[in-house]
Design a protein around this ligand. Structure first.
Ligand SMILES: NC(=O)c1ccc[n+]([C@@H]2O[C@H](COP(=O)([O-])OP(=O)(O)OC[C@H]3O[C@@H](n4cnc5c(N)ncnc54)[C@H](OP(=O)(O)O)[C@@H]3O)[C@@H](O)[C@H]2O)c1
Length: 342
């Protein structure tokens, strides 16, 4: 499988590392022989149809140069769109920064990949939050697969669990703590009685929160994940504008104290049931399996036959998220192999 990697940051490097490991095992177990033939980042690209060496690229980065400075295969200034169009490959792995205003640059990368007959694996929530129904339709139209496990739950297989392990059952509702940053802040506030601002500052010091934290604390990140879950698991054709969103800025220590008197606490919950999907601070019992601490994520699927199923795991991290990319690549490989057999 020839792969074009777009974005060579935390997740992109995780992908090259994971794909470089255990090659023999992957080939034996899954018939999967991945080869990264091009990588594009903001400065340009590096292209080698025989497969790139992650160690060599890392060495270039370590010296402070962009990967497009590779003396043998570098293409300084070559935009990702040109790489996707001109390089022969089966899959584009899109791992550029999220943008929920217009989904770019990822949206154009994904559309270009589809139009040139390439499958897409992405960890970027932006294009999906803004245009998931249209993108899934476009993928079908172009006869390619779109996979995005890493967008929800990082390496924790929340989307696959619901889709594959609960296959045949009807998922009636989904509730989740889907953002580690806000969960860390609320946990700090309730357990250590620090104010929202103090908890946010701690989260920023520890690298859990961005310097511009709005995406997390105002609930947009959780809302993007709600959109992806609703489309993929519950077949709802919604986008970000269909979600009612309230973040955690106004959660006070007093409100947490009052909740504690009732044996409860407050969590930022993304919820999809019969009504309009919501993201809002919600009081839940401390003994609810969903009530996880720190940066953990958790999701509960309420099903018609199997009752409530809760999955808990780390919702982010470069290697964790890259492991989701690997799962998606294997899924596409499996689907292609099955197609050949039928
Ligand atoms: N990190 C996580 O734990 C995690 C977890 C789940 C999902 N995600 C999602 O995965 C995606 C990647 O995250 P990350 O942490 O790897 O981000 P990152 O470290 O900021 O890396 C982003 C990469 O994309 C490149 N890039 C930016 N604009 C580009 C363009 N126009 N064309 C080509 N490349 C471009 C950047 O190049 P420069 O460095 O040269 O600017 C960088 O290499 C994001 O959408 C994020 O939300 C991340």
């Amino acid at each position: 499988m020839r792969i074009i990697l777009v974005g060579y940051g935390v997740v992109g490097k995780g992908v090259t590392t994971i794909l470089a490991r255990k090659d023999a095992e992957k080939v034996k177990e899954y018939g999967f022989n991945p080869k990264i033939v091009a990588i594009a980042d903001i400065d340009g690209a590096v292209i080698d149809p025989r497969g790139l060496s992650p160690e060599k690229l890392e060495a270039i980065k370590q010296k402070g140069f962009p990967i497009s400075k590779d003396p043998d295969f570098g293409r300084p200034g070559m935009p990702a769109l040109d790489v996707i169009e001109s390089v022969e490959a089966e899959v584009v792995v899109e791992v550029t920064p999220v943008n929920i205003k217009n989904g770019e640059p990822a949206l154009s990368h994904i559309i270009k990949a589809f139009k040139t007959g390439k499958h897409v694996v992405t960890t970027n929530k932006g294009p999906l939050a803004l245009a998931m129904p249209a993108l899934t339709e476009l993928a079908e139209y172009n006869n390619v697969y779109l996979r995005f496990s890493g967008t929800v739950g990082g390496g924790t297989p929340m989307l696959e669990f619901a889709k594959k392990c609960l296959a045949g059952d009807k998922i009636l509702a989904i509730q989740g703590i889907l953002n580690g940053t806000t969960n860390y802040i609320l946990t700090e506030m309730s357990q250590n009685r620090v104010t929202f601002q103090e908890a946010l500052t701690n989260a920023q010091k520890l690298g859990y929160a961005e310097r511009e934290p709005s995406m997390d604390i105002d609930g947009f990140d959780t809302a993007c994940k709600v959109v992806i879950l609703a489309n993929w698991i519950m077949n709802k054709k919604i986008t970000l504008k269909d979600v009612d969103i309230k973040g955690i800025r106004d959660v006070s220590l007093e409100a947490l104290d009052e909740a504690a008197k009732r044996g409860n606490t407050i969590k930022l919950i993304g919820s999809i049931d019969g009504d309009r999907p919501t993201v809002k601070p919600t009081e839940i019992p401390k003994n609810n399996p969903l009530c996880v601490s720190g940066v953990l994520n958790a999701v509960t699927f309420s099903t018609e036959f199997a009752g409530e199923q809760t999955l808990v795991g780390r919702g982010a991290g470069g290697m964790e998220t890259a492991s989701a990319v690997l799962r998606d690549l294997l899924d596409i490989r499996h689907k292609l192999a099955t197609k050949l057999l039928t």
